[in-house]
Design a protein around this ligand. Sequence first.
Ligand code: P1T
Length: 379
Amino acid sequence: MKFNTKTIHGGQEHDPAYGAVMPPIYQTTTYAQSTPGGHKGFEYSRTHNPTRTALENSLASIENGKHGLAFASGMASIDAVIKLLEPGDEVISTNDLYGGTYRLFTKVYEKYGIKFHFIGMENAAKIETYINANTKLIWIETPTNPMLNVIDIKSIAALARTRQILLAVDNTFATPYLQQPLTLGADIVMHSATKYLGGHSDVVMGALVVNDDDLAEKLAFLQNASGAVSGPQDCFLMLRGIKTLHIRMQRHCENGKKVAEFLADHPKIEKVYWPGFKDHPNHDIAKSQMKDFGGMLSFITIGNDYNEAIRIVENLRLFTLAESLGGVESLSGHPASMTHASIPKEEREKTGVVDSLIRLSVGIEDAEDLIDDLKQALN
Ligand code: P1T
């Protein structure tokens, strides 16, 4: 089955009870048993729920994996991955990453004795110097949030495999429409499904997809034991969102390109971070591992002026100033004070997240209207 067909049919069956074409919302916590243990595969909805199972099968299908797991948020899914580790274990992570992920690693898990190294991974060989006997996980985001660096998944997967280190890829920005990390050799793919997978800014959810049966069993154990599962209504909405992922992503990419090119040519703009530009430092890797370049970009204006950046985001009309990304509507964000505020200033500035940086999630409106909006806000 090809990707566009998988978004609609992958892992799906018509409901066995009445043949409903869309999986019904099984709004139930529990399931009747004829005798203790005598049930039809479902016991309690923290463990399994038919609507969630339908979604988890869809997630596995679109990511080219065997097992999907849906969580209450992207953070809950990352939390499950880190719970695979033991005190004393070490993680090597990209240094440019979502502020909430950095916060979970440093403010929650460091105190349980897990050590995190945050490094730039544009050069895969650099990772070698951080590997030791305690290294158990490599965590990468690609493209990174918010600097749009692109990391070579295949090279890092090869390195991780020879050292028996798990490789997890946060695929939120790219989505499986653009890149499929498991196919490139990663062990775990993670999503803030809140973003492009849901696509309509109405569901908070996380997802993990893996191929390995043992790893899937461990993660399903943690999902049930810790209990941060997604509810049936949200799973229904997520399934509905995924069915249009491919056509939404196509338009996000087209509009992202138009907006990136408009900004790059604008006299008030100093720099646009978008992996589709030939002079983007990781353009070649982006071209080889992604189908297109996505709808996310960041930029700074000439003079690198904080007040100017604030004035621009306040004056945008169609681009709503808000946290989050990946919905049909365009959003603007100020990472330093919003999504990445939990990263200390000196740390985030090392990766380019300066106070004047603006991030755009380019939606699927008419590109001309989006460009007109940017024109008026810049002027
Ligand atoms: O918000 P939640 O569903 O819990 O997902 C967390 C998360 C994980 N990984 C990436 C790459 C993310 O971008 C996010 C959430 N990000 C935002 C809310 C944001 O505006 O960047």
